[in-house]
Design a protein around this ligand. Structure first.
Ligand code: NAD
Length: 270
């Protein structure tokens, strides 16, 4: 089988570096291009050296368009504004995109969906097998338990994370809402401070912890008088996300235009 040519935008980031090293470990891929933010001190550095896997002869560039032109599939774990520009570039160049950036607002999400009308985009807030199974379990539990069970979602991440609640916490909230047949938008309770009053029946609450180097922990709690059910996931290493994204890159290469997620890759689609 010929190697799949991949490009990594944000190749100097924590996830970007790991994507390069996991692609090398997986085999069947060739990293042909990488970009970093304009002005970054990492521009010109070898993407393989940044990832700690030895020189690949590919320098990090500021021109994202060049990455899309060179690669068949581009992986993007950067920041929301950059990801919107990357989704447009994918649509213009006809390249597949694996998108893991979180914290996109509604308009930015709409821009990604628009691009997915023209090219295949694999978009997931979490690329791990465990979390994608958890999403199905949470939906099932929420369907079985009525709104007598208060749903609270607790997440903890490392001190560098910039968005909150995590993208994974939000998709867990959406899974719970789907199970209940309600819309998360009007029921989510994201901040409690001062004197917010008693908990409103049916709301879905979020709580956020930040600290240290925690790769990602999520718990979904269903609490009723007399009992509590907790479903959770702990990521021990960010490598699980990078490995999932690399499998996603293999899966999405050559697929028709459309928006896909990890359920498609893992065969969990109902
Ligand atoms: P990071 O800050 O270490 O890396 C982001 C990189 O993107 C930086 O190197 C930055 O310079 C670069 N960047 C910014 N603008 C750019 C541009 N215009 N062009 C090219 N590069 C640009 O962050 P991180 O911890 O690697 O996380 C990145 C994103 O991935 C976050 O949104 C995070 O929440 C998300 N994430 C998703 C998953 C998942 O499974 N979906 C897992 C982990 C992290």
């Amino acid at each position: 089988m010929p190697e799949i040519k991949i490009g990594v935008v944000g190749c100097g980031g924590r996830m970007g570096r790991m994507l390069v090293s996991e692609a090398k470990a997986a085999g069947g891929f060739r990293v042909v291009a990488g970009s970093e933010a304009p002005g970054s001190a990492l521009l010109g550095k070898d993407v393989g050296e940044l990832a700690g896997v030895g020189a690949l002869g590919v320098a990090a560039v500021a021109d994202a368009a060049a990455v899309f032109k060179a690669a068949e599939v581009v992986l993007d774990f950067t920041v929301p504004t950059a990801s919107v520009a990357h989704a447009r570039l994918a649509a213009e160049t006809g390249r597949a995109l694996v998108l893991g950036t979180t914290g996109l607002d509604a308009a930015q999400g709409a821009a990604v969906r628009e691009a997915a009308k023209r090219v295949p985009i694999m978009w997931a807030a979490n690329f791990s097998l465990g979390v994608n199974l958890l999403l199905s379990l949470v939906e099932q539990a929420a369907r079985a338990l009525g709104d007598e069970y208060d749903i609270e979602i607790l997440e903890m991440h490392h001190r560098h994370k910039v968005d909150a609640p995590s993208g994974t916490a939000l998709v867990l909230g959406e899974a719970a809402a789907r199970g209940r047949g309600v819309d998360l938008g009007s029921l989510s309770e994201r901040v409690r401070d001062g004197h917010p009053g008693a908990r409103k029946r049916g709301n879905i609450g979020f709580a956020v912890l930040r600290g240290g180097d925690v790769a990602g922990e999520h718990s979904v709690i269903f609490a009723a008088p007399g009992e509590r059910l907790e479903l959770g996931h702990r990521a021990g290493t960010r490598a699980i996300f990078a490995r999932g994204a690399i499998s996603a890159a293999r899966w999405v290469a050559g697929k028709p235009a459309g928006l896909y997620d990890m359920k498609d890759v893992l065969g969990l689609r109902d």
